[in-house]
Design a protein around this ligand. Structure first.
Ligand code: SAM
Length: 273
C-alpha cells in the first residue's frame, strides 16, 4: 500500500492489522487494572460452562481466551488478520481451544440463532452503524441469548498532571479520533434501538497512578500520542510537555488518570430466562 493510500478503518491493512497493535492490546490487557475490570465484566454473563459464545471484534482474543477458560465454546471473530493470528496464539498459550473466523461486526458469517451468548468489547466505539451491528449480533443469537457490550466513555477521561487546560486539549483531540467517543454511555440507547432487553449495567473506573509503567496508560499512551502527532491536532510542544508532566507527576506520586468503562448485559427477546 502506498503511503498516500488511506488505510481502511478496520480489517486487512488497517491500523489494527499489525503485530504492534496486537502486542499493545495484549500488554495493556495483562495489567492488574484491566484484568480486574475484565473479570467483573465477564461475571455479568453468569455461569457459561458449555455455552456457545461469539466474541465479535475479538482482537487478540483476551476475552475469548478467558471465556474459554471458564468452559465456554468460543468463536472469536475479527476483521484484521493480525488480530486473528493473535487470538490463535493467546488460546494456544493458555491451553484452550477456540474457533477463529474472519468477519465484520455488521455482517457476521454465521446462520441465525447459532449462539447462546455474544461479547462485544471495545469495538462499538469504532463501528459507524452501532445499532446495525447490535441487530446483526441479535440475528446470530438464540431467542433469549445474552449479549455483553463493554465500551469506554472517553469524555470522562481525566489526567491529573498539574495542567488542566493541556489535559483537556489532549482529551478533546483524542475524542475527535473516535467514531463514537461517548460509546460507553450510549450503549443502552443502542441496545434498545436494536430490540434487546437491557438486563444489567456495571460501570467501572479505570484508574492509574502511574503514567509510564505497567498500567493501561503506560502501555497505550505512546500509541495515542503517535496518532495525535500524525493528525496534528495537538502540537508537538504540547505533547512533549504532556509527556514530561506525566513523568514528573508519576515520580512525585501525584499523577492520576481515570476513565469510565461501561459494561451492559442484554438479552434478545423470546427466551425463557
Ligand atoms: C480495541 S480492539 C478490542 C479487541 C477486543 N475486543 C478486546 O477488548 O480485547 C478493537 C478490535 O475490533 C476490531 N474491529 C474494528 N472494527 C470492526 C468491525 N467493523 N468488524 C469486526 N472487527 C472490527 C479490530 O480489528 C480490533 O481487533
Amino acid at each position: 500500500m502506498s503511503s498516500s493510500t488511506p488505510r481502511p478503518a478496520h480489517g486487512a491493512g488497517s491500523n489494527w492489522d499489525t503485530p504492534e497493535a496486537v502486542e499493545r492490546i495484549v500488554q495493556a490487557y495483562a495489567t492488574a487494572d484491566v484484568i480486574a475490570i475484565r473479570q467483573a465484566q465477564i461475571d455479568l454473563l453468569g455461569p457459561i460452562d458449555g455455552a456457545t459464545i461469539v466474541d465479535v471484534g475479538s482482537g487478540p482474543g483476551i476475552y475469548a481466551r478467558d471465556l474459554a477458560l471458564r468452559g465456554a465454546r468460543v468463536t472469536a471473530v475479527d476483521s484484521a488478520p493480525a488480530m486473528r493470528a493473535g487470538a490463535v496464539a493467546e488460546a494456544q498459550a493458555a491451553g484452550v481451544t477456540i474457533d477463529v473466523a474472519d468477519g465484520e461486526a455488521n455482517a457476521l458469517p454465521f446462520p441465525a440463532a447459532m449462539f447462546d451468548a455474544a461479547t462485544l468489547v471495545q469495538v462499538i466505539e469504532y463501528v459507524p452503524d452501532a445499532v446495525g451491528a447490535l441487530r446483526e449480533i441479535a440475528r446470530v443469537l438464540k431467542p433469549g441469548g445474552a449479549l455483553l457490550v463493554c465500551d469506554t466513555d472517553w469524555a470522562t477521561a481525566s489526567w491529573g498532571i498539574g495542567d488542566a487546560a493541556l489535559a483537556e486539549r489532549v482529551k478533546q483531540a483524542w475524542c475527535a479520533t473516535k467514531e463514537h467517543f461517548d460509546a460507553g454511555r450510549r450503549i443502552p440507547e443502542w441496545l434498545l434501538g436494536a430490540g434487546y432487553e437491557v438486563v444489567a449495567w456495571d460501570p467501572r473506573v479505570l484508574a492509574n497512578a502511574d503514567a509510564t509503567g505497567d498500567t493501561f496508560h503506560g502501555h497505550t499512551w505512546k500509541t495515542y500520542r503517535r496518532l495525535l502527532e500524525r493528525l496534528g491536532t495537538v502540537s508537538v510542544e504540547d505533547l512533549d510537555r504532556f509527556d514530561r508532566l506525566c513523568a514528573e507527576t508519576t515520580a512525585a506520586g501525584t499523577f492520576t488518570f481515570t476513565v469510565t468503562r461501561h459494561a451492559w448485559l442484554a438479552r434478545t427477546p423470546g427466551g425463557t430466562t
